[in-house]
Every structure is written in structure tokens, then in C-alpha cells.
Design a protein around this ligand. Structure first.
Ligand code: MG
Length: 227
């Protein structure tokens, strides 16, 4: 009896830890989706969203080609919740032609501009998230000015210019419900590991006193809104 209990506990622990396998996210298929999200960070986002999407819809800023939306969206789908994914889909500063993260596959030859919406739509369709993930197309600071819906989780991963991250935090974080999460991507306390803008804004959120601070998880900085 003890053995059975022990085995069962190990089974449940393993499957909780590997929740996306239970939920059938095809990681091989996902490996073909362009994006900058590490698999363990994706799993962590999934876990946070699974809890917070019970409170209210979730929202990410910075859809790109949909990699993070697969994890956030699959967790939302579990709770019949909705993920809003905000992006103007014309690429951020460093993704423009001639810049460090330029990807010629994303260039619309007719307009000469970056267009990530086509691949984002394909990803959402490929992972059966059409009824869960709502693309919101436009600049986050403009949409944020008129936004009214309370949020269970806000994931900030849009433009990494300081002014943009600060705007995203100041405009959007007020919509997070008590008990909900504010999550920043690309938090690097050591400047040798990456740009400092998200980290500076993250520190500002921490010092606001409005959040309980969770330990950093790789480059994810998660804060839980106090009651
Ligand atoms: Mg990022």
C-alpha cells in the first residue's frame, strides 16, 4: 500500500512538473515556431497562467510569432479563459532590416516592412488556440489607454526600449486584479547578460510595494499583486 502511494505521488509530481506534456503541447512542432522563449521559462509561464487565468483574462504584450502565446493560451484554454495578445506586428527596433535580430523570412516583400501577423496566425491555428487567443493588433500604449478589462496575468515582453517597457508597466499593470501576476521577460540583473531596461522597470514595480516578489526564474521576473 505504501509502495502504491509512493508511486502515485511520484507520478503526479512528474506530470505536474511536466504539465505541458499532459496538455499535449507538441514541443517538436513548437520548435519550428520562431521566438526567444526558453522551454523552462515557457513552462513557468504556463504554470503561472494556469493559476491566474481562473481569475480573469490574461494578456501579453509582444506576440511576435506566437511562441509564448502557445503556453499562455494553452493554460487559459484549460480554464475556458481568454488570452489577449497585443502587438503591432511590424517588429521591434532590433528586428528591422540591418539590425541584430532581423529575420528576412518576416519581411513582406510588397511593403518592405516586417510582418509577424501571418506567422502568429499560423501558430495559433496550428495549436488549436483560435477560440482562446485573441490577437489585438496595434501599439500597446494606444490600446492600453482605452483598456477596461481586469486581468489575471500581464506578461510584458514587447519593445525593450526603456520608455516602452515603462509605458507598458504604467499603462497596463493597473488592470491586474489582486492575486494576479505581473510578469516581465528578459530580466538581467547582470548587464553582461542582457539589456537593462526591463530590469530597471521591474525594480520600479518591486519598489512600488504593490506586489509580493517571487524569486527570479531564469530571466522571468514574476510579481503577485497584493490583496
Ligand atoms: Mg523577450
Amino acid at each position: 500500500m505504501f509502495w502504491l502511494h509512493f508511486t502515485l505521488r511520484r507520478f503526479i509530481k512528474f506530470h505536474l512538473k511536466n504539465g505541458c506534456r499532459i496538455l499535449n503541447i507538441d514541443l517538436k512542432k513548437l520548435s519550428f515556431v520562431k521566438g526567444f522563449l526558453d522551454e523552462e521559462e515557457a513552462q513557468r509561464l504556463f504554470d503561472l497562467t494556469l493559476v491566474s487565468s481562473r481569475l480573469a483574462p490574461c494578456l501579453e504584450i509582444g506576440s511576435y510569432c506566437g511562441k509564448s502565446a502557445v503556453f499562455l493560451g494553452t493554460a487559459c484554454r484549460e480554464n475556458n479563459a481568454v488570452l489577449f495578445s497585443v502587438d503591432h506586428h511590424t517588429g521591434s527596433e532590433e528586428q528591422q532590416p540591418g539590425q541584430e535580430y532581423f529575420d528576412p523570412d518576416l519581411l513582406d516583400e510588397k511593403t518592405g516592412k516586417i510582418d509577424t501577423l501571418r506567422l502568429f496566425r499560423k501558430t495559433i491555428n496550428d495549436f488549436n488556440l483560435d477560440k482562446t487567443v485573441v490577437p489585438v493588433i496595434g501599439r500597446s500604449e494606444i490600446i492600453g489607454r482605452v483598456w477596461q478589462t481586469p486581468l489575471g496575468l500581464l506578461f510584458i515582453d514587447g519593445s525593450h526600449a526603456y520608455e516602452s517597457v515603462l509605458n507598458d508597466y504604467e499603462i497596463w499593470a493597473r488592470h491586474i486584479l489582486p492575486g494576479g501576476y505581473l510578469v516581465f521577460h528578459d530580466i538581467f540583473p547582470d548587464p553582461a547578460h542582457g539589456g537593462q531596461a526591463p530590469y530597471l522597470v521591474y525594480k520600479q514595480a518591486v519598489s512600488s510595494g504593490q506586489y509580493d516578489v517571487l524569486p527570479l526564474f531564469k530571466s522571468l521576473g514574476a510579481l503577485k499583486k497584493k490583496n
